[in-house]
Design a protein around this ligand. Structure first.
Ligand code: DC
Length: 225
C-alpha cells in the first residue's frame, strides 16, 4: 500500500527540521529535507565559481552535470550528489545560507528539483519539509502543516546552531539575514513561501520540538490536517 505524505512548510529557522525528523521517527516514515537539495545546488554553483544572483542561466546549465537524489543508507534517506553523500558542513556554511535564496528563485532549478522531490514518494511514508511542499510539490499530501515562529525567536535558534552563522554574528545581524531570506522566499514569482489553504498552522514560539511533534502526530492519527 502507498505510504502517507506529511508536508511541513515554514520560514527559515522556524524549527521545522527538528520537528520533521521527530515526526518521521515516531511514525516510522522517511525524513526528506528539500532545503538541503537547494543548498546542495547552491554549493555546487559556488564551487563552480558562479554568482547565482547574476548568472541564473549558468546555474541551470550546471544541473546537467549533477545527479542528485536521496538514497537509503542503513534504512535512512541520505542525500547523494553524483553518488557521494552530501557533507552537511559544506551546505550549512554561511556563504551557502546567504546565496541559497537566489538559487531557489530560479525557475529552472525549481523544475529540476520538483521531480527529484516527488520521486521520494516511492520510499513509502514520507515527512517532507520545505517552503512549497503543501502548495506545489505534494498538493495532494495526506497531511499539511505550516510551522512558524517570531523573527526574534528564529534568530535566537539560528544563533544557537553552530556553523550556520559567520563569526561575530549578533542576534540583530542574524535576524536581519533571516528577514532578508524570508523576503526573497516569500516574494519570488515561482512557488513563493506561503501556507497551503488546507494546512494546519503551528506557532512554535512557546513549544519545544517534542511538543510540536506531538501535535503533528496527534493530528495525523486523528485524521486532521
Ligand atoms: O530550509 P532551509 O533554510 O535549509 O532552506 C534553504 C533555502 O532553500 C531557503 O532560503 C528557501 C529554499 N527552499 C525553497 O525555496 N523551497 C523548498 N521547498 C525548500 C527550501
Amino acid at each position: 500500500m502507498a505510504g502517507i505524505q506529511i508536508a511541513i512548510d515554514g520560514p527559515a529557522a522556524s524549527g521545522k527540521s527538528t520537528v520533521a525528523r521527530l515526526v518521521a521517527a515516531r511514525l516510522g516514515g522517511f525524513y526528506i529535507n528539500t532545503g538541503d537539495m537547494y543548498r546542495t545546488v547552491t554549493r555546487a554553483a559556488l564551487d563552480a565559481g558562479l554568482d547565482p544572483d547574476a548568472q541564473p542561466d549558468a546555474v541551470v546549465a550546471l544541473l546537467g552535470n549533477l545527479e542528485l537524489r536521496y538514497r537509503l543508507v542503513d534504512g535512512v534517506p541520505v542525500l547523494h550528489l553524483n553518488d557521494q553523500p552530501v557533507p552537511q558542513e559544506g551546505i550549512r556554511a554561511p556563504e551557502v545560507a546567504s546565496q541559497v535564496s537566489f538559487v531557489a528563485r530560479i525557475p529552472g532549478v525549481r523544475d529540476w528539483l520538483r521531480e527529484r522531490q516527488r520521486e521520494t514518494r516511492a520510499l513509502g511514508t514520507i515527512v517532507m519539509e520545505g517552503r512549497d511542499i503543501g502548495t506545489v510539490i505534494l498538493p495532494d499530501a495526506s497531511h499539511k502543516f505550516f510551522v512558524t515562529a517570531s523573527p526574534m525567536e528564529r534568530a535566537r535558534r539560528r544563533l544557537a546552531q553552530a556553523g550556520e552563522v559567520t563569526d561575530g554574528a549578533t542576534l540583530a545581524s542574524v535576524a536581519a539575514e533571516i528577514a532578508e531570506r524570508d523576503r526573497i522566499d516569500s516574494t519570488r514569482a515561482v512557488a513563493p513561501l506561503r501556507p497551503a489553504e488546507d494546512a494546519v498552522h503551528i506557532n512554535t514560539d512557546d513549544l519545544t520540538p517534542d511538543q510540536v511533534a506531538d501535535r503533528i502526530v496527534a493530528c495525523v492519527q486523528e485524521g486532521k490536517a
